[in-house]
Write a protein that binds this ligand. Structure first.
Ligand SMILES: Cc1cc2nc3c(=O)[nH]c(=O)nc-3n(C[C@H](O)[C@H](O)[C@H](O)COP(=O)(O)O)c2cc1C
Length: 227
C-alpha cells in the first residue's frame, strides 16, 4: 500500500513572500488598483523578463452536465481591454467557453502574477461585446491570426494536424489577397465584475487580501479578508 502519511516535498515550497503589501486604505476604486498592478506586471516583464504574459488570465466558466450538474472549466486567454464596464477577451464564440457563457453567463477570471507575489480574482457576469468592438479588435489582428480564426472550429476534434493545415490553406485560398472579414462566430466577451480580490503575498503566509464587492448603487465596498 502507498504510504500517504507524508506528501512528497516539492522544491521551492517555502518561498517567503516579501515583495509588497496592501494597505487598509487601498484605492476605493478597484479599477484604479487593477491599473497599477497591471502596469507593474508589464514593468516586471520589461525589467526581469520573468512574467512573460502579463495579460494572461485564467477564465473559468460553468458547463452543465446532461443532468444539470455544474462542471467548472478553466483555460487561459489574453485580456485585451478593461474599463469600468468590464474585462474583455476575444475568442471563438462557438467554442466550448462561448457556449458555456451563453448558457450560464457567469465567469471568473484569475490573473496569476507569481513573480510579483500577487493574484487578482475577478467574478462577474458575461456578455458579448458589440459587433463594432469586435470589428475594431479584429482589424488589428495579424492576417495569419485572422485566417486561423476562419480555419479553426475551436474546441471540436479533428482527424489530424494535416486536416487542420488543409483548413488553413482553404481559408487562404478563399480570401486570396483581399481583406479577411471577421467571422460571425468570432468576437469579444466582456466580464462585468461583481467582485475583485487583490492578493499580495506576505511573510509567514500571513498574506494581504482586499476584496471589493459591487453595491447596487454602482459603488464598491472594500473589505479585508483573512489570509
Ligand atoms: C497564454 C495563452 C493565451 C491564450 N489566449 C487565448 C485567447 O485570447 N483566446 C482564445 O480563444 N484562446 C486562447 N488561448 C487558448 C485557450 O486556453 C483554449 O485552449 C481555447 O480558447 C479553447 O478553450 P475552450 O475549448 O474551453 O473554449 C490561450 C492559451 C494560452 C496558454
Amino acid at each position: 500500500m502507498t504510504d500517504r502519511s507524508a506528501l512528497p516535498r516539492l522544491p521551492g515550497e517555502r518561498t517567503d513572500y516579501l515583495a509588497g503589501s496592501l494597505p487598509d486604505d487601498a484605492p476605493a476604486d478597484p479599477l484604479e488598483l487593477f491599473d497599477i498592478w497591471l502596469a507593474e506586471a508589464f514593468s516586471r516583464r520589461e525589467e526581469h523578463g520573468d512574467l512573460p504574459e502579463p495579460s494572461a488570465v485564467v477564465l473559468a466558466t460553468v458547463a452543465l452536465e446532461a443532468d444539470g450538474a455544474p462542471r467548472p472549466r478553466s483555460r487561459t486567454v489574453l485580456l485585451k481591454g478593461h474599463d469600468a464596464e468590464g474585462f474583455v477577451v476575444f475568442t471563438n464564440l462557438d467554442s466550448d467557453k462561448g457556449h458555456e457563457l451563453a448558457s450560464t453567463p457567469r465567469a471568473a477570471l484569475l490573473m496569476p502574477w507569481y513573480p510579483l507575489q500577487r493574484q487578482v480574482r475577478i467574478e462577474g457576469t458575461a456578455e458579448q461585446v458589440t459587433a463594432a468592438e469586435s470589428d475594431a479588435y479584429w482589424s488589428q489582428r495579424p492576417r495569419g491570426s485572422q485566417l486561423g480564426a476562419w480555419a479553426s472550429h475551436q474546441s471540436r476534434s479533428i482527424a489530424s494536424r494535416e486536416t487542420l493545415e488543409a483548413q488553413y490553406a482553404a481559408a487562404e485560398e478563399r480570401f486570396g489577397g483581399g481583406p479577411v472579414p471577421r467571422p460571425e462566430f468570432w468576437g469579444g466577451l466582456r466580464v462585468r465584475p461583481t467582485s475583485l480580490e487583490f492578493w499580495q503575498g506576505r511573510p509567514h503566509r500571513f498574506h494581504d487580501r482586499i476584496l471589493y464587492t459591487a453595491s447596487a448603487d454602482g459603488t464598491w465596498e472594500r473589505h479585508r479578508l483573512q489570509p
